[in-house]
Design a protein around this ligand. Structure first.
Ligand SMILES: [Zn+2]
Ligand SMILES: [Zn+2]
Length: 246
């Protein structure tokens, strides 16, 4: 059975191009997971006709709002609105349960007294170690991004395929390790020419991303400046609704 990757959200933090924040849905043989879940992700899923409670797991790269702040919205909907019964795994970087608890309480004051009636499991992905998450094997590697976000890049083995996702990061040996030989490398490409710390821009992609032997590369998380040049680069650029079949 094929593995499909759907870009429900392919945007940056700030709504560039009218795109939703990062939310990448991977359907494997036995599970559906989201890679990152930005604040706008429930809207992004609805736009794609995807029921949030069809997700078995959410895998987070780091604790910036455009990558994780949709989780409290999903949990509140699951508890209050849609009455989720199906188990959910939320996996991600160090300290994610406490930090997302703080984010949830900031977004929905008073919500800390609510406890899910469905099985909810928090899983910290210690960098460098493979972790079994449902029928996936997920390996996080340290990323070079705002340190307070506990940043990682993710390599996901599912259904005999490998999906690698840089998250937000500069190019590093660990990012190369994450991407090596992947069937799909999803790389953030924040800017086309502007140098920017803690992110990938197009010159870094052009210099490094083709060295790792990934079969397919899709660029995402593009600013307005990068979107204006999307047609000028040979790499495939994501848009909301893009489906990649592996
Ligand atoms: Zn970030
Ligand atoms: Zn971001």
């Amino acid at each position: 059975m094929a593995v499909t990757v759907r870009f429900a959200g392919s945007g940056d933090s700030f709504g560039s191009g009218g795109r939703f924040q990062t939310c990448i849905v991977v359907d494997g043989p036995r599970s559906r997971v989201a890679l990152d879940f930005g604040a706008s992700s429930l809207v992004a899923l609805a736009r794609q006709g995807i029921e949030p409670n069809s997700l078995d797991a959410i895998l987070l790269t780091h604790l910036h709002g455009d990558h994780c702040a949709g989780v409290p919205f999903l949990l509140l909907d699951a508890m209050l609105g849609s009455k989720r019964a199906r188990p959910l795994v939320v996996a991600g970087p160090r300290d994610l349960e406490r930090r997302l608890g703080e984010i949830r309480e900031a977004l929905f004051p008073g919500s800390r007294i609510m406890t899910p009636k469905f099985p909810l499991r928090w899983l910290e992905l210690a960098p460098g170690q493979p972790h079994e998450v449902l029928d996936l094997v997920v390996t996080a590697q340290p990323a070079r991004h705002t340190p307070e976000t506990n940043p990682t890049a993710l390599r996901v083995e599912v259904g005999g395929k490998v999906v690698a996702y840089t998250g937000d990061t500069e190019w590093t040996d660990d990012v190369a390790k994450t991407a090596r030989g992947a069937d799909l490398l999803i790389a953030e490409c924040y800017f086309y020419a502007k140098p920017v710390p803690w992110h990938l821009n197009y010159p870094a992609i052009a210099a490094h991303a083709h060295e790792v032997g990934a079969r397919r590369i899709v660029l995402t998380h593009m600013s307005a400046e990068m979107l204006a040049h999307a047609d000028d680069v040979p790499e495939e650029c994501a848009h909301d609704g893009l489906v990649v079949t592996l």
